[in-house]
Design a protein around this ligand. Sequence first.
Ligand code: NAG
Ligand code: NAG
Ligand code: NAG
Ligand code: NAG
Ligand code: NAG
Ligand code: NAG
Length: 457
Amino acid sequence: MWSAGGILATTLVVLTAVGAVPLDINDDDSIKKAAATVAKGMMNYYKGNLPGQTPGEIEGYYWWEVGGMMGALIDYWYYTGDTQYNDAVIQAIPWQATPNSDFMPANQTSSEANDDQAFWAFTALSAAELGFPNPPASQPQYIAAAQGAFNTMVARWDNTTCNGGLHWQFNEFHSGYNYKSSIANGGLFTIGARLWAYTQNETYYDWANKVYDWLDSVGAIGPDGQIFDGVDSASDCKGKVYTQWTYNAGVFLHGAAAMYAHTTGAEQDKWRARIELILNQALSKFFEDPQNKTMAEMACEHNKPGQGYCDADQLSFKTYLGRSFGFIALLAPWTYNLTAPYLQVTAQSAAQSCSGGSDGVTCGTKWWVDGWDGEWGLGQQMCALEVILPNLVSNVKAPFTEFDGGTSKGNATAGTGGSKTVFKYTSVISTGDRVGAGAITGLILIGVVSGAWWLMI
Ligand SMILES: *[C@@H]1O[C@H](CO)[C@@H](O)[C@H](O)[C@H]1NC(C)=O
Ligand SMILES: *[C@@H]1O[C@H](CO)[C@@H](O)[C@H](O)[C@H]1NC(C)=O
Ligand SMILES: *[C@@H]1O[C@H](CO)[C@@H](O)[C@H](O)[C@H]1NC(C)=O
Ligand SMILES: *[C@@H]1O[C@H](CO)[C@@H](O)[C@H](O)[C@H]1NC(C)=O
Ligand SMILES: *[C@@H]1O[C@H](CO)[C@@H](O)[C@H](O)[C@H]1NC(C)=O
Ligand SMILES: *[C@@H]1O[C@H](CO)[C@@H](O)[C@H](O)[C@H]1NC(C)=O
């Protein structure tokens, strides 16, 4: 965060409000132009496609967020048809999948957690589902990489506490190991659901159901469709962190919609009810008052000095709720009637916030204030992009599966064998590391042991 911020801070000396991102929500060309401007601002952060740089990494940002950004670039291509960033994505996904096809690159595994891996897998799934150009056959393929992530995550399922669940961290020595976070488990649920949708392999279907039911059973999913942050495995999941984040709702909605789209009868009705519950909760929780349907990260955006502002991770979370509104509109079309008014207002609010920085089109954090709020970063660009794009959803097709046009090659055994067991849990440590109320996912360092701690100073 600081290194990227440092670069921008220098340019901000010459700050003038030279522009804004115009957006006419009723004009597809205007929406595409706005998306192009915001995407360009997002790509200003990415150097991984330049000689001597590492594809899929951005100095100063966590690895998972770059995975999410690659997904935003895929969505950008899908909704607008602009191919200019495709090469960077086709390079980065196989690179970070590594030849093992599982998104466990050696550079990351000391600090990587289940949720980090899941976000890259989401991106690989989107590439396959949306018919994004495949990498050369000699490189890891999208579906194989998602299967590799799935297989390695499933191997970490731990029923010695809470009758199941994935720990947030998969390295036992990390703070956060004793936490079974909703994003890690929701990540596995959604990867399972989407792999089931794409391959019709029953193993994925079974796991998607098993993980969702488990989340329900420990109360990580609330009676009104709340997705709480997670449960404390050291207290056998009696302790919970009740904070709600936009990305959890988005990830769960996406998985539930994949299940809905590929089931029938009473089972489909069950998924429809779940989508309705989570969606209505999200619409009432993550938007400003009914007069202004602007999306906001309520857990941190409205905080006053001293209460803690949104951290670098949290600044990117709205990306996933925005993205989900597009995908669920494709998989469960009746949801669009509910989401469209919110998407329209939010896209306009986000666009008007993109009026800062030396380029005059830098996006801010808080879209409910007039104009740019003085903040900038990769997450802000991602969020704005992913709330603008779904307004084009009526122009695009539903995701492919391998039976109706999907061309990505799978490997059902990817991620099995090899050194993966090193990262499997062997025991549950009991330390003072227990996650307390303040220690919500985004606030605990992912890179406690790696050199990433300095990011939070
Ligand atoms: C790991 O780090 C090295 C050194 O920075 C880099 O050359 C390599 O590309 C990285 N590998 C991956 C998969 O990112
Ligand atoms: C826990 O998981 C193991 C391995 O999958 C299984 O053999 C065992 O029956 C499970 N125990 C319970 C209580 O579900
Ligand atoms: C959306 O709402 C309109 C007006 O209320 C209705 O006519 C239409 O059938 C709805 N569409 C779907 C897909 O539910
Ligand atoms: C919502 O808030 C944004 C940001 O302040 C503002 O630009 C917009 O006009 C508001 N929209 C409505 C419908 O009140
Ligand atoms: C289904 O997926 C699982 C998990 O990836 C794999 O072990 C199994 O071989 C697959 N089955 C088929 C028929 O491909
Ligand atoms: C599939 O994955 C397994 C396990 O990593 C690996 O041994 C095998 O070579 C892969 N198959 C293909 C076709 O890549």
